[in-house]
Design a protein around this ligand. Structure first.
Ligand code: SF4
Ligand code: SF4
Length: 165
């Protein structure tokens, strides 16, 4: 098998521009552990958290829970000061960016993402092991998928059942 183009590592240091938390429409899909951390961070029950901060998205395989966006497409958790209100509890989709499988398919994909993320290609050399750890964390976390019936009545979801507690 060909060696990954990032076998010698890739340079990335976040420049704190918050561009990945704003801009065009997009989704931040939640995994069970994400939801556990976010409920604890905001001190809300499941129904209240979903109503205040989330949208349900029909993926074709089930309904995923995504963080909502403000009318200007900023993430609902992006504060006025440009910082994430849940930084320590942010979803794995956020904490593993930009080391996403979809951006590591090829060097061209990685470099193209650098147009949106000024941290790509700068600063710290991240090892192949670090990159693969990010890929694994994202894969292992999975994405919550609700049935159509559950998505129709999110207020009836039971957190213990959903989160396997
Ligand atoms: S776009 Fe890149 S540099 Fe800017 S905040 Fe996001 S990860 Fe950091
Ligand atoms: S949860 Fe935080 S880090 Fe993730 S997109 Fe929203 S503001 Fe950005």
């Amino acid at each position: 098998m060909d060696e990954a183009f990032y076998a010698e590592g890739l340079r990335f240091s976040c420049q704190r521009c918050s561009s990945c938390c704003r801009g065009g429409p997009g989704y931040v899909f939640l995994a069970k552990d994400d939801l556990r951390r976010l409920l604890a961070r905001f001190g809300l029950d499941l129904a209240a958290f979903i109503e205040k901060y989330c949208v349900l998205v029909d993926t074709g395989l089930g309904f995923a829970i995504s963080l909502a966006e403000k009318p200007n497409f900023d993430c609902v958790l992006l504060g006025e000061n440009g910082a994430c209100e849940a930084y320590e509890a942010r979803p794995v989709q956020c904490s593993t960016y930009p080391f996403w499988a979809s951006l590591l398919d090829s060097e061209e994909d990685w470099e193209a993402e650098g147009k949106d993320c000024p941290g790509i290609g700068k600063g710290e050399l991240r090892s192949k092991e670090h990159i693969e750890e990010c890929l694994w964390r994202r894969r292992a976390a999975g994405t919550i998928l609700l049935s159509r019936a559950e998505a129709a009545h999110p207020e009836k979801l039971d957190a213990d059942t959903l989160l396997g507690r």
